[in-house]
Design a binder for this molecule. Structure first.
Ligand code: ZN
Ligand code: ZN
Length: 351
């Protein structure tokens, strides 16, 4: 096997270079994966612009991926060379206060592949074998690279404990459409998705929304109240990541309801919430950092059995060399959903 590989390295904010770097060396507890697809995520843009993980640069980003096992560490079980896989990107120390309570995401030494450690915008990535998931035969590799975002949405749905027959409003029609699909499977009704792009809102309906609200045409807070007999929704998911949309989330959730904090704002952004809403209104907040552990198995199950059909969200595949261009394009072309990167192709493919 070659000793070097092609990788996209963010050397410093706003500087992304494609270059040859050493192929990661694995220890006995790790697996080396030859990359097939990596999905571009908003977090990649935040790392590129220096808003996130700036202290980890230089870094190879990329954390939503699928590939085939190229090399297996001695201690790995149930994984063979050639297996199609993805990997849970969340790593923790395993022995601290949080890890012992099963709160891996709160671990003080918590790191994520592609965010704090080198990820998958390269020809190879390594991952601890215990976090590698072999893909079922019926899952294609592109869907395999989509398990991570689905696991995050599942984690959030579990955190807010959506109950059967409860109303839910989702702010944001990016990953928001996945929230709609998962909410519907949890028995929520009605499911309302709020966005600004009619193409995405149409997909939201196909994925499970009963109603969509285009903020260019309607006031979202008022419309959600109208759709919920004047009360506000039982659950509101914030899946945009701005202080304004967080404030709207607290306005449109009913007293006693729950706001799911999902969208990532800037590090120092502050959200203003009326303390009366929390005390007298008993409004709750359910944070969720990432999909972890069993969330990945659950995501695989929903995708494998067609409960979530993500194909209509897949927009295009671009070569690794086009990563920066694709990152920029995703900022301006709001009709794009999921764009994948592959180091194996030379030209973009529209899906
Ligand atoms: Zn992501
Ligand atoms: Zn720990």
């Amino acid at each position: 096997m070659a000793q070097t590989m092609k990788a996209a390295v963010i050397e410093k904010p706003e500087r992304l270079v494609i270059k040859q770097v050493p192929v990661p060396e694995i220890n006995d507890d790790e697996v080396l994966i030859k990359m097939k697809y990596t999905g571009i995520c908003g977090t990649d843009w935040s790392i590129f612009t220096g808003k996130y993980s700036a202290d980890r640069l230089p870094l190879i980003p990329g954390h939503e991926f699928s590939g085939n096992v190229a090399k297996v560490g001695k201690n790995a079980e149930g994984i063979s060379e050639g297996d199609p896989v993805t990997a849970d990107i969340n790593m923790s120390c395993g022995h601290c206060f949080y890890c012992r309570r099963g709160q891996k995401l709160m671990c003080r030494e918590f790191t994520q592949l592609g965010i704090h450690k080198d990820g998958s915008y390269a020809e190879y990535v390594k991952a601890p074998w215990e976090q590698v998931h072999v893909l079922p035969e019926s899952l294609d590799m592109m869907t395999g690279a989509f398990i991570e975002p689905v696991s995050c949405v599942i984690h959030s749905a579990k955190a807010m404990k959506v109950e059967i027959g409860s109303s839910i409003a989702i702010i944001g029609s990016g990953l928001g459409v996945l929230h709609a699909a998962v909410a519907r499977h949890r028995g929520a009704a009605p499911v309302i998705v709020i966005g600004r792009n009619d193409i995405k809102l149409k997909i939201a309906k196909e994925m499970g929304a009963d109603f969509t609200i285009n903020i260019k045409k309607e006031d979202p807070v008022e419309t959600v109240r109208e759709l919920t007999e004047g009360r506000g929704a039982d659950y509101v998911v914030e899946a945009v990541g701005t202080p304004q949309t967080y404030e709207q989330a607290f306005e449109m959730v009913r007293p006693g309801g729950t706001v799911a904090a999902f969208g990532i704002t800037g590090v120092d952004d502050i959200v203003r919430v009326k303390s009366f809403d929390l005390v007298l209104g008993e409004k709750n907040v359910a944070g969720s950092c990432a999909g972890v552990g069993k969330d990945w198995n659950d995501a695989i199950a929903l995708l494998r059995y067609g409960r979530i059909r993500p194909e209509s969200l897949f927009s295009m595949v671009v070569p690794l060399e086009d990563l920066q261009q694709a990152l920029e394009q995703l900022r301006t072309d709001k009709s794009l959903f999921k764009v994948f990167v592959s180091s194996e192709i030379a030209e973009r493919k529209i899906l």
